[in-house]
Ligand binder design. Structure first.
Ligand code: ATP
Ligand code: MG
Length: 236
């Protein structure tokens, strides 16, 4: 579904954030990208959604080259990103935020159905549909950011650290919903620092360090590897 081949991404000409990164996501998978602060995870997701342009290398999505294409066209083609730190519109209601997620769509009936689907996935959002988004808890805002991305009807959902700053119980809830979204047919690329949780729901994983993919493979195998345990699982 997605094939990233040897991309270099820079900020402002001389800060190189990605160095020859390659990765693949197959349709139906949950693939996770784990790595420490500053490793380049967000940079990769922003490049996939067209917010940054690779200086070198190619990105292929459903057989077409999308490297350097404009963000709006990429959303239309079915890639939708849940940004790090949620970024909901605080002064707008929950429902207005969700409707914004569908702003490029014209299929009114489909949009209505997807709104019901989001409320079925996140009953908490239905209860709070008229409340302004800024009054939601961190976990609820994460739900809203995910719901908003689903409203774009993605084939591939990019999630940037959905567990960040959440209590363990809320992390469990968010991860079980990610699994459910995947089981309903959406392919997922999950960026996380919570390696333990991410590896437990993903089929495959990539480990990124200072802009380079240093390890990749079956999620279960990586979870058991000494290298990953020592560096990302607190030596567990
Ligand atoms: N707008 C920017 N301008 C310059 N450098 C940047 C910019 N954004 C990120 N960087 C640098 O690029 C590198 C990768 O950052 P990135 O945000 O992709 O990391 P990350 O893996 O998402 O980290 P975190 O887990 O902290 O979110 C870092 O060295 C960072 O300082
Ligand atoms: Mg980041």
């Amino acid at each position: 579904m997605l094939k990233v081949d040897n991309i270099d991404v820079f900020y402002g000409g001389n800060i190189q954030a990605l160095k020859g990164v390659s990765l693949e996501v197959n349709e139906g998978e949950i693939v996770t990208l784990i790595g420490a602060n500053g490793a380049g995870k967000t940079t990769l997701l922003k490049t996939l959604s067209g917010l940054l342009k690779p200086k070198k290398g190619t990105i292929e999505y459903l057989g077409k080259s999308i490297g350097g294409k404009a963000a709006q066209g990429i959303v239309k083609s079915g890639i939708s990103q849940v940004p790090e730190g949620r970024r909901v519109f605080s002064n707008m209601s929950v429902e207005e935020n969700l409707e914004l997620g569908a702003y490029l769509r014209k299929d009114r009936d489909g949009i209505k159905k997807d709104l019901q689907r989001v409320y079925a996935l996140f009953p908490r959002l239905l209860e709070r549909s008229k409340q302004s988004a800024g009054t939601l808890s961190g976990g609820e805002q994460q739900m809203l950011a995910m719901g908003r991305a689903i409203m774009a009807k993605p084939k591939l959902l990019l999630l940037d650290e959905p567990s960040m700053g959440l209590a363990p119980i809320m992390v469990q809830t968010i991860f079980s919903i990610i699994k459910e979204i995947n089981e309903e047919g959406t392919t997922i690329l999950l960026v996380e620092q919570n390696a333990h949780m991410a590896l437990s729901i993903a089929q495959r994983a990539y480990v990124i360090e200072t802009g380079k993919v240093v390890l990749s493979g079956d999620a279960k195998e990586l979870q058991e590897s000494d290298e990953v345990r020592a560096a990302y699982l607190g030596g567990l």
